[in-house]
Design a protein around this ligand. Structure first.
Ligand SMILES: NC(=O)c1ccc[n+]([C@@H]2O[C@H](COP(=O)([O-])OP(=O)(O)OC[C@H]3O[C@@H](n4cnc5c(N)ncnc54)[C@H](OP(=O)(O)O)[C@@H]3O)[C@@H](O)[C@H]2O)c1
Length: 363
């Protein structure tokens, strides 16, 4: 459009505010567009360029561009440790497995001792790595106080390179905020926010001290968020708050420590097969935990679906496209997504209540 209406008028010196003339390479160029139209057209072209660049970057990251090698956070002697919270099942267990496969020694945290012992045994036998475990209830300030002190002692002698803040609690089922039990609110906020913040506060000095040394590898913190933090989610308001809050905290932390050799990323999943999602079968939009973790560890440093948002990433391909789509038309698409999510949660609640009723009758 701009090119069609720009005409070179060699030798012409006629210029007006509506048809400005520019001298380029010895030629006078007169623009046949009124200046306001030219400004609008330029602005439109820049906006279109921004979308084009971000979309092409998204496609390149999803197809050909490799992420940073996860092994690059290890020291040369290979005795680097990773701490994974909520590692007794789902996404956390898979992070523990895939990091062990890459040669990291692993500290697993969770509430159930027998499962933690089993996970430790599996990692040691299958991947020939060392493990430690810690039984801790993230929702309980007293359990955190006691067990985090123990963990602080435990990691003193370890080369800690990776922290995966995966632990998370959600609502038993979607529920209106006005009807949410106080206990459920406390459990979610304590686990997702306070537990994660205090653990990171405890371990960050170890990650910083290691990475600040000259020639040392960087350290990595992955905070597992949720699409419910990205799209404010009716009927999961408290969970949504905690994941949105973690997102802002994670970005603030990332910019604070990036100059000191610690890379912090907020990882945003949509649905993944797990106990929390109560989805048992993988599909196009719902990956298995192994597939989700593999795409996360394979794209470290890339934003993927979180194009244009600092220190965030939406790694799984179909989640990435959804996230990108939600941001495409600004508030129009964001509001649309909020309404779609609300409808989905109303529906999930109805089905969950019907199931509960059936189970009660069956007893
Ligand atoms: N699955 C999804 O669709 C989805 C979507 C978006 C985000 N996420 C996020 O992904 C992360 C992992 O979720 P997931 O789907 O793998 O869930 P999951 O299968 O329910 O696993 C949650 C893990 O957290 C642990 N945990 C929960 N509450 C705890 C507490 N108070 N103290 C200590 N450990 C506790 C559980 O241990 P126990 O064995 O003791 O229960 C389990 O190991 C969470 O942060 C979640 O918000 C999941």
């Amino acid at each position: 459009m701009v090119l069609d209406t720009v005409h070179a008028k060699a030798g012409s010196h006629l210029s007006s505010p509506f048809h400005p003339t520019y001298r380029v390479l010895g030629q006078d160029i007169t623009v046949d567009l009124p200046l306001p139209t030219l400004i609008l057209a330029t602005f439109g072209a820049l906006v279109a360029l921004r979308y084009l660049v971000s979309f092409l970057t998204l496609l390149a990251q999803l197809t050909v561009l490799p992420g940073r090698d996860i092994k690059s956070f290890k020291t040369r002697n290979g005795k680097t440790w990773a701490v994974v919270t909520g590692a007794t099942g789902g996404i956390g267990l898979e992070f523990a497995r895939q990091l062990a496969k890459k040669g990291y020694n692993i500290v697993v945290l969770g509430r159930r001792q027998e499962v933690l012992e089993e996970v430790s045994r599996e990692l040691e036998t299958k991947y020939k790595v060392e493990t430690r475990f810690l039984v801790v209830d993230f929702a309980s300030p007293s359990s955190r106080g006691e067990k985090f002190a123990e963990l602080g002692q435990m990691v003193q002698s370890l080369d800690l390179g990776v922290l995966v803040n995966n632990v998370g609690a959600s609502h038993e089922m979607p529920v209106a905020f006005a009807e949410t039990e106080a206990e459920e609110i406390d459990n979610i906020v304590q686990t997702n926010i306070l537990g994660t913040l205090h653990l990171t506060r405890l371990l960050l000095p170890r990650l910083l001290s290691r990475s600040s040394k000259k020639g040392s590898p960087k350290s990595l913190v992955l905070n597992i968020g949720s699409m419910s933090g990205r799209i404010p989610s009716a009927l999961l308001a408290t969970y949504s708050l905690t994941k949105g809050g973690l997102q802002t905290w994670s970005q603030a932390l990332a910019v604070e420590v990036e100059g000191q050799g610690v890379m912090v990323r907020m990882v945003i999943p949509a649905f993944v097969v797990s106990n929390m999602s109560k989805i048992r079968r993988a599909s196009l939009l719902v990956p298995s935990a192994p597939a989700f973790v593999s795409s996360t560890l394979g794209s470290i440093g890339q934003s993927r679906g979180a194009q244009g948002r600092a220190y965030e990433c939406t790694p799984y391909p179909t989640h990435a496209l959804v996230d990108y789509g939600v941001g495409l038309l600004g508030w129009v698409s964001e509001l649309g997504a909020m309404k779609v999510v609300k409808g989905m949660h109303v529906d999930i609640r109805k089905r969950a209540l019907r199931k509960r009723e059936r189970e009660a009758k069956g007893k």
